[in-house]
Write a protein that binds this ligand. Structure first.
Ligand code: ZN
Length: 201
């Protein structure tokens, strides 16, 4: 018998107001969202999961921020979704091989999904950070997961999938497929990773 299990997120808007969006560089309306995840079997909520999310989203560019940005704008100005896409793509880049061609693909994909332009220096900085070992990528993703909207998670997984798909290293194919499945049920990459580790069969 085939058992369908997964995760379902119930999100609610708790607050809205105006803030200076660092991505739009303008005063924008935000909405703050609280979401609770549930573990589901056959699409029925059976258990509340720990990873509830709490994020602030710019209503114009849809970037996700730490809700504390309204109190400390400089400290929390980083758009979590944008920095997470960059991190994931650079993480894949270092795995697949850092070539001129793959860097160009990375820059193009990043622009497609974020409308932002990054330089090859930005990639160097991110790679240096990744290779320093001070901030392992999967724990990093798990830490920011609750600051991301469901849509942002989908975009991140999609960008990763597209990047991996363009890679010529065939041994990653299986993993790519799993990520695709994950994205189709709105799972974040760390959630996909968790499922792989815990369901090796
Ligand atoms: Zn914005």
């Amino acid at each position: 018998m085939l058992i369908f299990f997964g995760e379902h997120e119930i999100a609610q808007q708790v607050k809205s107001g105006e803030f200076q969006c660092p991505i739009c560089n303008k005063q924008r309306v935000y909405s703050q969202h609280l979401a609770q995840s549930y573990f589901t079997i056959f699409w029925i909520n059976v258990a509340k999961l720990e990873n509830s999310s709490d994020y602030l989203r710019c209503n114009s560019c849809e970037s996700c921020f730490n809700p504390l940005i309204t109190q400390e704008p400089d400290k929390y100005r980083l758009a979590i979704d944008k920095s997470t896409i960059l991190r994931c793509l650079c993480y894949l880049l270092s795995g697949y091989g850092d070539t001129v061609h793959s860097r160009k693909r990375l820059i193009d994909l990043y622009k497609n999904h974020t409308k932002l332009v990054i330089s090859t220096q930005d990639i160097d900085t991110e790679l240096m950070f990744i290779n320093s070992g001070n901030s392992p990528t999967l724990p990093f993703l798990q830490n920011v997961s609750n600051l991301l909207s469901a849509k942002a998670k989908q975009v991140i997984v999609l960008a990763c999938y597209q990047f991996a798909l363009g890679s010529s290293m065939m041994e990653h194919q299986d993993r790519v497929r799993i990520n695709t499945i994950g994205s189709s049920i709105n799972l974040s990459l760390p959630e996909v990773e968790y499922l792989i580790v815990n369901n090796p069969g």
